[in-house]
Design a protein around this ligand. Structure first.
Ligand code: AMP
Length: 597
C-alpha cells in the first residue's frame, strides 16, 4: 500500500498530514506527487473536485519553495473566490510547520489595498482569481516575474467563466521556464488548447477516465410532469430525512423561487445566486457549512467552488443548458472518498438528455420512482425510531420525571410508543394521505393501496369550461375553484387544464357545495359551466404542460358575477403563496429539520 512517506514528502509535511488525519494518499496524490517532486515538468491532471487535488499540487509546491526567500515563487489560479479561499486555507494547514510561509489569497469583492499590503510582506505563494490578479498586475501591485510554479486549477471552469483572456494576460507576465500544473475535471477542446499554448510537453495524469464522473456518485433520475417538479423535490427531501444537498436550478429567478417555496414549506433552505451581494453569499455559505441549511438552492455559476464535503445529494431540479455542466454539479457530492447521489428530476421532453449525459459520464442512470406518500411516512417513522435510539439521555429531565410520570400514568409502554410516534407520523400522514403518484407513464403506481382506493372511490370529477386559453394554468384554476367553493387546499385535486376546458376532483361529499357555488358565476364575461364528469379522474393524468406559473394573463374583468370573485381584476393570482401544498411545519418532535450531521 502506498503511504505518504513513500511518495517522498518531507517530515514537516508528513507531520501536518498526520495532524489532518489523512491516512493514505488519494489516487490523484499517488499519481501526481512523486512526478512533481522529482521532475521540473509541466503536467495536465484530470481529476474531479473532491479527489484531493489541492494536496496533489500543494504538497510538492510547499516542499519545493524556499520559505527563507520573500519572492513569489508559486501562483495558483482558481475560478472562484470560494475556491481561492479554500485552497489558501488548505495550503496553510499543509504548511503549518513551515516557518515563514506566507500564502495570500487574491480575489475580487474585497479590499485591494489590504491584499496589496499582504503581498508586500512577501508572499511565497499567491492563490488568485484571474480577474483580480490581472488587475493587480496591471497596477504593479504584484510581481510574478520570478515564479517557478503555476497551477491552473479547475481550468475547465475558468474557461467556462470566460477567463481565457485574463489567464493569457497574467501568464504573459510570468517566466517562460516555469512549470505549469493544470488541473481540470473535464478535458474540453478549450482546455486542450490552453495546454498546447502554454505548456511544454506536459505529462498527463488521469484519475478515473477522462470526463468521467466520480466513482463514488450514483446517478438517478425521476420522470415527472413538469408541473410536479416542485412536489417531487419535496418528496425526495422528505424521503431522505438526513439530506444535506445542493439543489441546482437553471436561472437565478427559479433558484430564488424554489428556495423561497422550500423555506415557506418548513425546510432549512437558502438561495445562492449572483444577485446576492458577496456578504449575503458568504452568510449563506457559512450557514450551509455549519449545516444550518440543509438544502442549498443554487445556480451553476454561484455553486462553482462550493467546497463543502459530506454533501449527500445533488438534486438537479432542472438540467443545465450545457449538459457538460452536469459533471460539475454531480461532482459536489461523493467527495473525499464518501458516497453521494446525484438526482435528476426530468420531464418527458427532457428525457433524451439523460442518454446524452450517460455518454459523457460513461455511467448509467438508475430510473427511480418518486416515493409515494406512504413510503415517505414509513421512512420518516423509522428515521425517528433510529433517532430516538441514538439520542443521548439528557439527565436534566430527571427532576421532572415524577411529574411526567403522573401525567402519563396509566399508559402502557406500547401505548406510549404509539403516542410518541403518532406526533411525527400523523403530521406526515395528514400531509401525504391524498398525495398523488407523481411518476409519469412507465412508472408503476407507488402511492400505496390505501391512499389510492380512497382517492378514486370517494372522489368526483368535474368538467369546467375554462382552460389555458383563459390564461389559467392548473394552479390558477385550483385557486379560483377554492375561492369560489371555500374548499380547503387538499379538497381540490387532480386539476388538469386543457386548452379550452379543464377537469378537477373533489371528495364526493362536496358535490352539492361545488355545483351550488358555481351557479351564475362568470369569468371574462362568459358563463362558467360546470358538470360532473363520467371520468373519475385517473392518476398520472397528463393534463396541461404545467410550468408557466404566474404567466396567466390576468384578464379577469368585472361584470356582474355571482360573488364578483371571478370577475375582479386580481393580479394576486400571479402570486405563489396560495398555490402551494404546504408541508407540515416542524412541531419539535425529533427536531428533524435541525441538522445533527
Ligand atoms: P480537494 O479535492 O483538494 O478539494 O479535497 C477534498 C477534501 O479531501 C478536502 O477536504 C481535503 O482536506 C480532503 N483530503 C485531501 N486528501 C486527502 C486524503 N489523502 N485523505 C483524506 N482526505 C483528504
Amino acid at each position: 500500500m502506498t503511504t505518504f512517506q513513500s511518495l517522498g514528502l518531507e517530515e514537516h509535511l508528513l507531520q501536518a498530514i498526520n495532524d489532518l488525519g489523512f491516512e493514505t494518499p488519494s489516487e490523484v496524490q499517488e499519481k501526481t506527487i512523486p512526478i512533481l517532486l522529482e521532475q521540473e515538468t509541466d503536467i495536465v491532471s484530470l481529476a474531479q473536485t473532491g479527489t484531493g487535488k489541492t494536496a496533489a499540487f500543494g504538497f510538492p509546491m510547499l516542499q519545493k519553495i524556499d520559505v527563507n526567500s520573500r519572492t513569489t515563487q508559486g501562483l495558483i489560479l482558481s475560478p472562484t473566490r470560494e475556491l481561492c479561499l479554500q485552497i489558501t486555507s488548505e495550503l496553510k494547514l499543509y504548511g503549518k510547520y513551515l516557518n515563514g510561509l506566507n500564502v495570500v489569497a487574491i480575489y475580487g469583492g474585497a479590499s485591494i489595498s489590504e491584499q496589496a499590503r499582504q503581498i508586500k510582506k512577501g508572499a511565497q505563494i499567491i492563490v488568485a482569481t484571474p480577474g483580480r490578479m490581472k488587475d493587480m498586475i496591471g497596477r504593479n501591485m504584484i510581481d510574478i516575474s520570478k515564479i517557478e510554479y503555476c497551477v491552473l486549477d479547475e481550468a475547465d471552469e475558468m474557461l467556462n467563466m470566460g477567463f481565457y483572456e485574463d489567464i493569457t494576460d497574467i501568464l504573459s507576465h510570468s517566466p517562460k521556464d516555469k512549470s505549469t500544473w493544470l488541473f481540470s475535471a473535464t478535458m474540453p477542446k478549450e482546455v486542450a488548447t490552453i495546454a498546447k499554448k502554454f505548456m511544454h510537453q506536459p505529462l498527463e495524469v488521469t484519475v478515473g477516465s477522462k470526463n468521467v464522473g466520480a466513482d463514488t456518485v450514483t446517478h438517478e433520475y425521476f420522470l415527472v410532469n413538469a408541473r410536479d417538479r416542485y412536489q417531487a423535490l419535496k418528496r425526495l427531501a422528505d424521503a431522505n430525512p438526513d439530506i444535506f444537498s445542493v439543489v441546482f436550478c437553471r436561472t437565478k429567478r427559479d433558484t430564488q423561487k424554489v428556495a423561497e417555496m422550500l423555506i415557506e414549506d418548513g425546510y432549512n433552505a437558502a438561495a445562492l445566486h449572483g444577485d446576492l451581494s458577496q456578504n449575503q453569499r458568504d452568510l449563506v455559505m457559512k450557514s450551509f457549512r455549519t449545516r444550518q441549511i440543509q438544502m442549498l438552492v443554487a445556480t451553476d455559476v454561484a455553486a462553482r467552488g462550493i467546497d463543502v464535503d459530506d454533501i449527500t445529494h445533488v438534486i438537479n431540479y432542472q438540467l443545465p443548458d450545457e449538459i457538460e455542466t452536469y459533471t460539475h454539479r454531480s461532482g459536489r457530492t461523493g467527495r473525499a472518498g464518501k458516497t453521494g447521489v446525484s438526482m435528476v428530476i426530468v420531464s418527458k421532453s427532457e428525457q433524451r438528455k439523460i442518454k446524452q449525459i450517460e455518454k459523457i459520464i460513461q455511467k448509467s442512470f438508475i430510473k427511480k420512482e418518486v416515493p409515494s406518500g406512504i413510503e415517505i411516512c414509513e421512512r420518516q417513522l423509522f428515521h425517528l425510531a433510529n433517532n430516538i435510539k441514538d439520542t443521548e439521555i439528557n439527565h436534566e429531565i430527571d427532576i421532572y420525571l415524577p411529574k411526567i410520570n403522573e401525567v402519563l400514568e396509566g399508559f402502557s409502554k406500547e401505548e406510549l410508543i404509539k403516542k410518541v410516534f403518532s406526533v411525527e407520523f400523523t403530521r406526515f400522514y395528514n400531509y401525504y394521505k391524498k398525495a398523488k403518484d407523481l411518476n409519469v407513464e412507465g412508472g408503476k403506481d407507488t402511492s400505496g393501496e390505501d391512499f389510492s382506493k380512497k382517492y378514486s372511490e370517494d372522489s368526483t370529477r368535474y368538467f369546467i369550461n375554462l382552460g389555458r386559453k383563459d390564461g389559467l394554468q392548473w394552479m390558477d384554476l385550483k385557486d379560483l375553484i377554492r375561492e369560489i367553493t371555500d374548499l380547503g387546499k387538499d379538497d381540490v385535486f387532480h386539476v388538469d387544464t386543457m386548452e379550452t376546458f379543464s377537469f378537477f376532483n373533489t371528495d364526493s361529499a362536496h358535490i352539492d357545495k361545488v355545483l351550488e357555488a358555481f351557479k351564475g358565476v362568470q369569468f371574462n364575461d362568459r358563463n362558467v359551466d360546470i358538470e360532473i364528469s363520467k371520468d373519475k379522474g385517473g392518476r398520472n393524468r397528463g393534463g396541461g404542460k404545467g410550468g408557466n406559473r404566474g404567466k396567466g394573463k390576468g384578464h379577469r374583468k368585472g361584470g356582474g358575477g355571482k360573488r364578483g370573485k371571478f370577475n375582479d381584476d386580481r393580479p394576486k393570482f400571479k402570486g405563489k403563496s396560495r398555490r402551494k401544498e404546504s408541508r407540515p411545519k416542524e412541531k419539535g418532535t425529533g427536531g428533524k429539520r435541525r441538522r445533527r450531521m
